[in-house]
Design a binder for this molecule. Structure first.
Ligand code: ZN
Length: 367
């Protein structure tokens, strides 16, 4: 090996790295995770090419296109650093952060000349979410799983001369659904409140069904109202006990926030959860799935809680209405007279346009 000016470690695939090259400049088009997932999806075997000391796989796509993928991982990073150790480099730059094989961190910041670390065997899972499908109902398809590899070290040089992936790390797979052909889903959050009855009256007049995501703490004191919502054919959904953001909660705190409302709703409850503020992350979706809940977001938000005027609220909903739309409105959390007035306009105008209004998350029906 000649003089090294720069050693750049790039995780990701997209180029061929030649043996002995001190400058490693490759086109990064996929992250490490995307690369190994595409190997998994195409059922291609990842092999270690002894010529280039690079992991590699190839597959033929449905359209007949052949893909040759060469990528860098924790093993190639180790080999590069191990080879460079003789030159005692002051440091390394990792580019692009977030696209690397997470095991790369086990080979950085080590003493010169150390052996290949055992930590290269386990490839941690990512926090990324892989969404499949369309719609605002989120359910967990696959939970994340760690990857694993074995490798072989040359006793003389200390270089890794072979590696095998026995499993590739997989992210959360979240399936989206929620298509309501020809129908619109009106949803009401943050109730029940004194405005809930007024909302129910208007829905009844237009034979519209809706979904009420109630706050457990408020619902507790109003069993008759819950009964009325259910008897009218609407759905009762869970909006947590005290409207706390579910993001970043421990699983225990999450379960408590959801299950306390479930207890209040009893047999009336659907298995749909609307996260307060719409804030979700991979953990939120996974914890919800464990409790049997789908998360329901929305597609149309007139921000009625800001009280911009009934006409403004109604106009926003009417102009954004489309088959399958999920509209978020609020029947609680403050003075909702504008929302009630807007609802009258929304129901009248959209009914005239031929729309029907459906409840979400009903047995044998949607979701
Ligand atoms: Zn809310």
């Amino acid at each position: 090996m000649g003089d090294i000016e720069v050693v750049r470690l790039r995780a990701g695939n997209g180029g061929i790295v030649r043996e002995g090259s001190a400058h490693i400049a490759i086109r990064v088009s996929l992250s490490f995770e995307e690369a190994v997932l595409s190997a998994k999806d195409s059922e291609a075997e990842i092999t270690f090419d002894p010529e280039t000391s690079n992991p590699h796989f190839s597959f033929i796509e449905d359209d007949g296109k052949r893909h040759e993928v060469w990528f860098l991982d924790g093993v190639t990073a180790f080999n590069e650093i191990h080879a460079a150790d003789a030159y005692r480099p002051a440091g390394y730059a990792v580019w692009r952060l977030g696209s690397e094989d997470p095991t790369i961190w086990s080979v950085l910041q080590q003493n010169y000349g150390v052996q290949a670390p055992g930590a290269l065997h386990r490839i941690g899972m990512s926090e990324d979410i892989d969404f499949e499908g369309e719609g605002e109902l989120l359910r967990v398809g696959d939970a994340p799983a760690e990857g694993a590899r074995t490798f072989e070290v040359d006793g003389d040089t200390g270089q890794i001369v072979d590696e095998k992936y026995s499993a590739v790390p997989t992210p959360f797979v979240i399936q989206r659904s929620g298509d309501l052909p020809g129908k619109i889903a009106l949803t009401f959050d943050d109730g029940p409140s004194p405005y809930t009855s007024q909302v129910l009256d208007r829905l009844q007049r237009y034979e519209a069904k809706a979904t009420f995501f109630v706050i457990g703490r408020l619902a507790q004191a109003q069993p008759e109202l819950l009964q009325r919502i259910e008897t009218a054919g609407h759905t009762l959904g869970n909006h947590t006990y005290d409207h706390r953001s579910l993001r970043g909660l421990t699983e225990e705190a999450f379960d408590q926030a959801v299950e306390e409302t479930q207890v209040v709703l009893g047999e009336h409850t659907s298995k749909c959860l609307r996260p307060p503020y719409g804030s979700t992350d991979a953990h939120t979706v996974a914890y919800a799935a464990k409790l049997g809940y789908a998360l329901v977001l929305w597609t149309v938000d007139p921000r009625d809680w800001r009280r911009p005027g009934a006409a403004v609220i109604a106009r926003h909903v009417v102009t954004h209405a489309a088959p399958g739309a999920i509209v978020v409105l609020h029947d609680g959390g403050g003075d909702r007279s504008q929302t009630v007035a807007a609802l009258e306009i929304i129901l009248r105008q959209l009914t005239a346009q031929g729309y029907h209004f459906a409840a979400l998350c009903q047995e044998g029906g949607h979701g």
